[in-house]
Design a protein around this ligand. Structure first.
Ligand code: NAP
Length: 293
């Protein structure tokens, strides 16, 4: 019987990259690939890219069990909200009932004894996955290049951040997805593994210089005070509980109190065999997206 893989948050940054990486082998019948869609609009987006969507809304628990029918491996991805806890619990309960074998979880990079809530929540989810008896692969990425790029591409003359001039470590959604999909394709090989994911450490000043070279125009880093972040996140509509934790974490980095903030690893290369994308290669590949100034 053909194996079935479900990617949650399939319309998101990492889930979308995972869908694209799995598409070729799914087409050739190696496995069946399903993308979770919480709305008709998301389902249409997936269909437009040639994917098979399934109705799946963490806030409508009754949709989860049917979506997991016959599924062997799940890429578990949640959003930027404290609801990640209940969303993950609901998914894991439904997955257990449906007989899912392997869970690949998108978490975040932090020491095991981190005091910061959003990192700790991800670690609690990892522990739950393990204690429920799933075969598991835990992904622990540090800062996404994509998140900063999403702002930069609309204002390509500036970078705004809140970590002062600390070096922090970076990874692209593309590389996270490459490691995640390796585990989805070959669960036995990656079962029981925790993969920290960060490929280079750069300060925002260094990134601004690099972007200036790639785009052939001036790029200025405009540091903002860490205390300015929370009101901005709230204005953008982020869940206040998650936003408070995120802002606290960023303030700790700026103060030099975040272990692993600039840690780098060779996991992308060792797991996938591919050379990871650093900031320069990412910007070279995506500079066509920049708004003309
Ligand atoms: N950004 C960073 O630097 C960073 C670093 C480390 C870890 N992380 C972790 O990365 C994760 C977020 O990944 P991402 O950036 O790829 O996410 P994202 O781009 O924000 O995408 C969120 C996805 O979740 C879906 N979704 C939202 N609410 C849902 C619901 N109720 N039911 C089902 N699906 C729902 C969205 O669907 P729609 O398209 O329908 O809205 C979308 O596909 C978080 O757990 C975060 O802690 C981020």
């Amino acid at each position: 019987m053909t194996r079935r893989i479900l990617v949650t948050a399939a319309t998101g940054t990492v889930g979308g990259a995972a869908m694209r990486l799995l598409a070729g082998d799914a087409k050739s019948g190696e496995f069946e690939l399903i993308g979770a869609a919480r709305s008709a609009r998301s389902a249409d987006r997936l269909r437009a890219e040639g994917f098979a969507p399934v109705t799946f809304d963490y806030d409508r628990p009754e949709t989860l069990r049917p979506a997991l029918e016959g599924v062997d491996s799940v890429f578990l991805i949640t959003g930027y909200s404290v609801d990640m806890l209940i969303h993950s619990k609901r998914l894991l309960d439904a997955a257990k009932a449906a007989g899912v074998r392997h869970i690949v979880h998108l978490g975040a990079l932090a020491p095991d004894d981190t005091p910061h809530p959003h990192f700790a929540w991800h670690q609690l989810i990892e522990h739950t996955i393990e204690s429920m008896g799933f075969s598991f692969t835990h992904l622990r990425p540090n800062f996404f290049i994509d998140t900063v790029w999403a702002g930069f591409k609309h204002r390509p003359d500036r970078l705004v951040h809140f970590v002062g001039d600390r070096k922090i470590s970076w990874i692209s959604s593309e590389d996270i997805a490459a490691v995640g999909t390796a585990a989805l394709r070959d669960p036995d090989r990656h079962s029981g593994k925790t993969y920290p994911l960060a490929v280079e450490a750069l300060s925002l000043t260094e990134i601004a210089t690099l972007l200036s070279e790639v785009t052939h125009r001036p790029v200025e880093y405009r540091p903002r005070e860490p205390t300015e972040l929370l009101p901005i996140l709230l204005k953008q509509g982020m869940d206040p509980v998650y936003a408070t934790s995120l802002a606290g974490g960023v303030a700790a980095i700026e103060a030099g109190n975040m272990p692993l903030a600039d840690a780098v690893y060779d996991t992308v290369k060792s797991v996938t065999g591919r050379m990871p994308l650093g900031w320069r290669a990412f910007a070279e590949a995506r500079k066509g997206e920049l708004t003309a100034s």
